[in-house]
Design a protein around this ligand. Sequence first.
Ligand SMILES: Nc1nc2c(c(=O)[nH]1)N[C@H]1C(S)=C(S)[C@@H](COP(=O)(O)OP(=O)(O)OC[C@H]3O[C@@H](n4cnc5c(=O)[nH]c(N)nc54)[C@H](O)[C@@H]3O)O[C@H]1N2
Ligand SMILES: Nc1nc2c(c(=O)[nH]1)N[C@H]1C(S)=C(S)[C@@H](COP(=O)(O)OP(=O)(O)OC[C@H]3O[C@@H](n4cnc5c(=O)[nH]c(N)nc54)[C@H](O)[C@@H]3O)O[C@H]1N2
Ligand SMILES: [Mo]
Length: 772
Amino acid sequence: MKEQKIERYTGPAGGWGALRSVTQALLRQDIPVKGARTLLSANQPDGFDCPGCAWPDRNHASSFEFCENGVKAVAAEATARRAGPELFARHTVEELAAQSDFWLEDQGRLTHPMVYDAASDRYVPIAWDAAFALVARHLNALPDPNQAVFYTSGRASNEAAFLYQLFVREYGTNNFPDCSNMCHEPSGSGMRAQFGVGKGTVTLQDFELADAVFIFGQNPGTNHPRMLGELRAAHKRGARIVSFNPLRERGLERFADPQDKREMATLGSTDISTHYYQLRVGGDLAAVKGMMKHLVEREDAGERLFDRAFIAEHTRGLDALMADLRTEPWAGLVEESGLTEAQLRAAGDVYAAAERTIVCWGMGITQHRDAVATIQMLGNLLLLRGNVGRPGAGPCPVRGHSNVQGDRTMGIWEKPPAALLDRLGEVFGFEPPRTPGWDTVESIRAMREGKGRVFFALGGNFAAATPDTHETWKALRQCDLTVHVTTKLNRSHVVHGREALILPCLGRTEIDMQATGVQGVTVEDSMSMVHLSSGINPPASPHLLSEPAIVARLAAATIGERSRTPWLQLVEDYGRIRDKIEAVFDDFKDFNARVAVPGGFRLRNTASERVWNTLSGKADFFVHAVPRDTPSHRARALRRDTVVFTLMTTRSHDQYNTTIYGQDDRYRGVFGQRRVVFIHAADIQALGMKDGDWVDLQTVWDDGQQRRADRFKLVAYGIPRGNLAAYYPETNALVPLSAVALHAGTPTSKSIPVVLVPSAPIDAHSGNDALD
Ligand SMILES: Nc1nc2c(c(=O)[nH]1)N[C@H]1C(S)=C(S)[C@@H](COP(=O)(O)OP(=O)(O)OC[C@H]3O[C@@H](n4cnc5c(=O)[nH]c(N)nc54)[C@H](O)[C@@H]3O)O[C@H]1N2
Ligand SMILES: Nc1nc2c(c(=O)[nH]1)N[C@H]1C(S)=C(S)[C@@H](COP(=O)(O)OP(=O)(O)OC[C@H]3O[C@@H](n4cnc5c(=O)[nH]c(N)nc54)[C@H](O)[C@@H]3O)O[C@H]1N2
Ligand SMILES: [Mo]
């Protein structure tokens, strides 16, 4: 066991620490460091798309861009370790379930399709055809197709996702919960209403032109390391980089580019943020309102800060917004944001001084009850100075999974637009279901109530990624059948239905051979660039199937007799799938030809052309009140006897969502452990406790249900008073199912009202690691 310590990190993000960490990651996965061709092929024109994140590549034809966490993601998939039938023969599922998430994935790549055998409580091998027949039998036995749930995680390629949504709709339901429901759903909802497009408008070229980049609730040093390269370049040419984050994240402060020989040799680094605002968790709406109030005051005093020509031609609703801002008292904005009036005004001044501004945001914005309203406030801010639809400016929601945006484009959406259904019906000759389906939280509820009977997942780790862990596990265990298409063993496979299947698939790094030859797939990054991805490694096992092949064979087994779609023919050559995608989506005209060009192509984005597909036909200013009745507000009213904290759950540097690579969070100074809770030193003192003491976390919620996560170590940290931070997924049990973002249904994983209770003493000899 590695030494546990808390030690302030003083270096920049990136640098030698990143190189060292990469070597360790490769060794862990038994991948030779020398000649690691796999890594050099990431994000190359003839290579595969990095499964790490959705940040675009500077130039798909350029040299290797170094990214520590990209390497970890690739190494995790290209690992030499194997979780074959022997592993399952050795362990009952009960034994596997007793292992940590880290241990489960660490067994390596799955090699055979496996079926749960209740008599021995073991997974045993099953032939592919028998597996498909089992799923088909269950699906066809349901009295109503709406009793089946089809989850998607954002790594699925466009081709896999397209076939999947087609199969599920031909089968008869729109029940498509996906990881996006837990992630950037509010960004889509907010921007669709405001700008008519649910995606960001900026490209990497805009980063070269921006005078200011505002970053709200995002930790790029860990989650989008290649973004630091853009921010570093922007900083170097004098752009203002303004961060709003309750934590001082190292990657937002300083960065040493491992590809910069001078910085590496001299241990130098480049500053990233020019301004850093450590606001309160959930304080963003108030903060942005404060900035805008300041702008309105300057405008009212006779300055010309607003882009009046743009506003007149392209927007609606400015007067109402200005009236609202004029009457908004400063005191409330200061109290709710946790920033001073002077800070809010200063941030407003930076915005006013920039000719071109980009606003980026991540999970620190989306995983709150008022996420949609906050995102529309960010939109208001941009609109005031005409910062949408011109070079160097615009909204930039930074997506997570490498193809989460593409999956939605392909129709993985529980509330599909009628036009999409019409087109699918025409092209494939069937009557698509018109009832909206369940999102992630609704699916859990439905399974819990016995309305959802079959759970099928194309990737991901539903049991570990979702909120209210105990409820979710009960929901999954109540299913007749749970099925997981997956690369590695994870929690969702051991929290299973009465019958269960694990279907192992090819990863992105692997060669995908079909009847007509080797196939590539396509993905869409966070900036709407669509390009090809082709694996280069031999498959981890000869028994693996590609995701498109699994979907097609399952479709053939389930609806083959009534469907007019030539399922098996389509997967012989993925170009045929792309032809069908083109037939359904106008934006994919000449898809095969355009994606064959190195670097691919950009999908049309109407908002970036100042064409507004909104109800009003314009870009809309929205008026939103500062939230004063959030779960935290209500919990504080409910529990006046004690201190109620607002907990955000976040990622460490050594994890990819539910995949735990290691026990360190280097930039935050945490080593060898994950059960920590970051807290202000004065709050520790006020609790009468000490740094390093152990506490249990309990949610304050009004449904009478107890939600707790036990034994976390207090770590004094630079975080506003009253706020806490801890890692996900260990803290998911604290997130109530009913705590979701308005108009988006996203679990409010960044604002959970909790109280801290000293942990009961445990036997000194047993240590604390058994819990990890
Ligand atoms: N290495 C690695 N890369 C990843 C992932 C991973 O797990 N590991 N996950 C991928 C996925 S799916 C996603 S969605 C992205 C996630 O990437 P991020 O959006 O960066 O997600 P988090 O790590 O949850 O970090 C959220 C940030 O918001 C801050 N924050 C929390 N609450 C608030 C708030 O109320 N206001 C403000 N202003 N800030 C707040 C936190 O301090 C933290 O810095 O990364 C993707 N890339
Ligand atoms: N409390 C809290 N909860 C959160 C969040 C938070 O910040 N706080 N973040 C939320 C966010 S932003 C997201 S996106 C979700 C993530 O939710 P998911 O997308 O469901 O979870 P992941 O951990 O990304 O899924 C990892 C698993 O995917 C499988 N996998 C990897 N590669 C492939 C592949 O190529 N094909 C297939 N079929 N399977 C593959 C592996 O088995 C691996 O175990 O979690 C959400 N949950
Ligand atoms: Mo995400």
